[in-house]
Write a protein that binds this ligand. Structure first.
Ligand SMILES: [Zn+2]
Ligand SMILES: [Zn+2]
Length: 216
């Protein structure tokens, strides 16, 4: 069984997740959003004190609040970064946005394109467990969710939130696509699956099917 640790980082209050197997010590870092040394120390402190071995960074999509810490994690652990190939244009904008928002010093080469491409249905092994890539575009091009079947968890990035859904007014956003992603993909997961979104508190598939007004 996997365990997880959640951090809330950067001015966008983005959820960063460390998902790990306590026996093998393998871990992946989902959407490292750390934007300063203090936040990096929180993340690295957890990983180091638990003696975890980061396998890779997984980005649910390429928006700046989800990728700010990619380079810091790579520098420290040598891990590769993975995302869906359709995120490329968001990744290439992310650095510009970071500098513009004052989140990166001018000239810092701190947001890079991902090293590895993830595709729908791909299985990522973490210790004795797995994460399955589920394509859930609509909030952004190439948005993915990650489903841990044994644990009954799904990490939804900015596709599905507790009682809300991702905005669709940014480049690559598409409301119909997002509705389809949620209804045809996420809502087909078991009812008791816990949803860990990119912002805000966790929820379940059952509760969102019932109470999410944006999907009525
Ligand atoms: Zn986003
Ligand atoms: Zn976000």
């Amino acid at each position: 069984m996997l365990k997880l640790e959640q951090f809330v980082f950067n001015p966008f209050s983005e959820n960063t997740y460390v998902v790990y197997d306590d026996n093998t010590k393998e871990c992946v870092i989902i959407d490292p959003g750390c934007s300063n040394a203090g936040e990096e120390n929180q993340l690295f402190g957890f990983i180091d004190s638990h003696r975890l071995k980061p396998l890779m960074v997984i980005n649910t999509h390429g928006h700046i609040d989800h990728v700010l810490g990619n380079a810091a994690v790579k520098r420290r652990y040598g891990t590769e970064t993975s995302a869906h190939p359709d995120t490329e244009s968001d990744f290439s904008q992310a650095k510009r946005h970071a500098v513009w928002l004052g989140l990166l010093p001018e000239g810092a080469a701190d947001v890079e394109l991902p090293d590895l491409d993830l595709k729908d249905g791909e299985i990522i092994k973490v210790g004795e467990s797995t994460l399955e890539v589920i394509c859930t575009p609509g909030h952004a091009e190439g948005s993915i969710s990650l489903y841990a079947e044994i644990e009954g968890w799904v990490f939804t990035g900015d596709a599905l939130f507790c009682r809300s859904i991702g905005r669709t007014d940014l480049p690559g956003g598409n409301y119909e696509k997002l509705r389809t992603s949620i209804k045809e993909r996420l809502f087909h997961l078991p009812d008791d699956t816990t949803v860990f979104p990119g912002h805000g508190e966790s929820t379940t598939i059952f509760d969102e099917q019932r109470y999410n007004m944006f999907l009525a």
